[in-house]
Write a protein that binds this ligand. Structure first.
Ligand SMILES: [Zn+2]
Length: 440
C-alpha cells in the first residue's frame, strides 16, 4: 500500500509540472521561484514593487478603459482620490470597465454570487489567472501543501452531479491527487465513506469550507471515529472561520487550521501563517481600509488588483470589514498584516432526511442572474423558506420560478418558498453579512 501511495504522489507531481508548463508555456519553475523570492523579500522591497505596479495599472486604466478615462479625468491620479469601485458600477457599467486592448476572446468570464450576497459577472485575463495560481501555490505551502501530495477537499462541487463535468472532474482530481467530498451536500454515508477512504490513502492536507470542515469534524466526533492521518495542515477558505470551528477541527484532525481569505473577483487576499497572523498578498494586490485610521479603527476593505488588465479593479469594495497592523511577524514573513477580519457567514441548512446542505449551494444558483441586486435566504422550518430579493431593471419573472425550483430540488419538493421583494437587506449590527440563515 505505501508503494502505491508514493507512486501516485510521484505521478501527480510530474502531472502538475506538465500542467503548469503546458498551461503557461513558460519555464514554470523559474517563475515560481521568482514569485517566492518576492514574497520573501523585505517590507520595503515589496512596497516598492507594489508602488510601481500600481502606477502602471492606473495608467493602463486611464488609457484603455472608458470608465476610468471618464472618472480620472487626467493621466496621473492619487489613488486615495479615486472613488471606490462598487458592485453596482460593475453591474451597470461592465463594458466601460473593460480594457479596449483585450478582445472578447482574451477575456475570461467569471462570476460570483457565492458568499458575497450580490450576484456579479466580471472579466479576468490569462495573466491574472497565472499569477493567481502562483500565489495560491506559494501560500498553500505555508499550510504544508505541496504539488502531488494527497489532499482532501471539502468543497462545493455541483459539476460532480452533471454529465460531462463528472468525468472531467474525476480525471482532474485523479492526476492532482485530490479526494473530493461534496461540501454542498454532506450526508452521513458520504462522510463515513470518505473517512474510510482517507484512512487508506492518508491525506497530507485538507482544503475546506470552514462550516463543512466543522460538520465533518462533528460527525467524526459524534461517531467516535478517529482519523489515522498525519496531516501537515488544514486550509480553511471562502467564508468566516469561527473560533469554535477551528478549535474542533484542530482537536479532531490534530493539525493547525490556516485561514485563507480571498474572493473570486480579486484572488487570494491574505493567508494565515504559522504564528496566526493574516499576511496580505501584497504582490498581487493593494489593500486599503476605508476608515480614518486603518491601524486603530476597522473599516471596509478596498482592494486594487494589480494583475488583471482586462478589467481593472481599483479600490474595489469587496464587502468585508477589517483593520491593519504594523507589527513585524515572528514567522519571518515581512508581508503586511491584516489584523482583524470580519467577513461573510454562510449557514448550513438541514433537510428532513438529515442531510446537511451548505448555504453556498443556494448562492451558487444566483451566478449570472443580472436581475438580482441582493438576496437573503432564510430556512424558517423544515417546511418553509423565505427568500428576500432586491431586484433591478433586468429582473424577469422566470428567475423567480428558477430559484424556487433550485431550492426545492435540494430541500424537498414540498418545501414552501415565500419570495419577498424588499427595498434593501440591512447589514446586521455585528457587521457580518448573512446571506443564508437557517433557524432549523
Ligand atoms: Zn507571520
Amino acid at each position: 500500500m505505501p508503494i502505491r501511495r508514493s507512486a501516485k504522489t510521484l505521478f501527480s507531481k510530474v502531472a502538475w509540472h506538465a500542467y503548469n508548463t503546458y498551461r503557461k508555456g513558460v519555464d514554470y519553475r523559474s517563475q515560481f521561484s521568482q514569485t517566492a523570492a518576492l514574497f520573501n523579500a523585505s517590507r520595503e522591497t515589496i512596497a516598492a514593487f507594489q508602488a510601481s505596479r500600481l502606477e502602471k495599472l492606473l495608467q493602463h486604466a486611464y488609457q484603455t478603459t472608458p470608465y476610468y478615462r471618464e472618472l480620472l479625468k487626467m493621466e496621473t491620479s492619487e489613488l486615495s482620490q479615486i472613488p471606490p469601485l462598487e458592485k453596482k458600477h460593475i453591474r451597470e457599467q461592465l463594458d466601460e470597465l473593460c480594457s479596449t486592448t483585450f478582445t472578447a476572446d482574451q477575456r475570461i468570464e467569471n462570476a460570483t454570487g457565492g458568499s458575497t450576497g450580490t450576484p456579479l459577472t466580471f472579466y479576468q485575463d490569462r495573466n491574472y489567472w497565472n499569477q493567481r495560481n502562483l500565489s495560491v501555490y506559494y501560500f498553500d505551502r505555508w499550510a504544508g501543501w505541496n504539488f502531488g501530495e494527497p489532499q482532501l477537499i471539502i468543497w462545493g462541487a455541483p459539476a460532480d452531479l452533471e454529465g460531462d463535468g463528472h468525468w472531467k472532474r474525476r480525471i482532474s482530481t485523479f492526476w492532482r491527487n485530490q479526494y473530493w467530498l461534496n461540501g454542498f451536500h454532506l450526508t452521513d454515508a458520504a462522510m463515513l465513506a470518505m473517512f474510510e477512504q482517507m484512512n487508506r490513502d492518508l491525506p497530507q492536507t485538507i482544503l475546506a469550507y470552514p462550516s463543512s470542515l466543522y460538520q465533518f469534524a462533528t460527525f467524526l466526533s459524534d461517531n467516535g471515529l478517529t482519523p489515522k492521518w498525519r496531516l501537515k495542515g488544514i486550509i480553511s477558505s471562502a467564508e468566516m472561520l469561527h473560533p469554535h470551528y477551528r478549535a474542533l477541527a484542530e482537536i479532531i484532525f490534530k493539525a493547525k487550521v490556516y485561514n485563507r481569505y480571498g474572493g473570486r473577483e480579486v484572488g487570494l487576499i491574505a493567508m494565515e501563517c504559522a504564528e496566526g497572523r493574516m499576511h496580505i498578498n501584497a504582490r498581487d494586490l493593494y489593500l486599503e481600509i476605508d476608515s480614518l485610521d486603518p491601524y486603530t479603527e476597522p473599516g471596509e476593505i478596498l482592494i486594487t488588483q494589480l494583475n488583471n488588465y482586462a478589467m481593472p479593479f481599483i479600490r474595489y469594495r469587496i464587502g468585508d470589514v477589517g483593520m491593519l497592523s504594523d507589527e513585524m511577524c515572528p514567522c519571518g514573513s515581512e508581508l503586511p498584516i491584516l489584523a482583524e477580519l470580519l467577513g461573510r457567514t454562510t449557514a448550513t441548512f438541514r433537510t428532513k432526511t438529515g442531510a446537511l446542505i451548505h448555504g453556498g449551494y443556494f448562492t451558487r444558483q444566483f451566478y449570472n442572474l443580472a436581475g438580482i441586486s441582493q438576496f437573503q435566504l432564510i430556512q424558517e422550518t423544515f417546511e418553509r423558506c423565505v427568500l428576500k430579493l432586491v431586484i433591478n431593471a433586468k429582473w424577469r419573472a422566470e428567475i423567480r420560478h428558477h430559484l424556487v425550483q433550485k431550492i426545492q430540488e435540494i430541500l424537498g419538493a414540498d418545501t414552501v418558498v415565500t419570495v419577498e421583494f424588499v427595498a434593501e437587506i440591512p447589514l446586521p449590527a455585528s457587521g457580518k453579512r448573512e446571506y443564508t440563515i437557517s433557524k432549523v
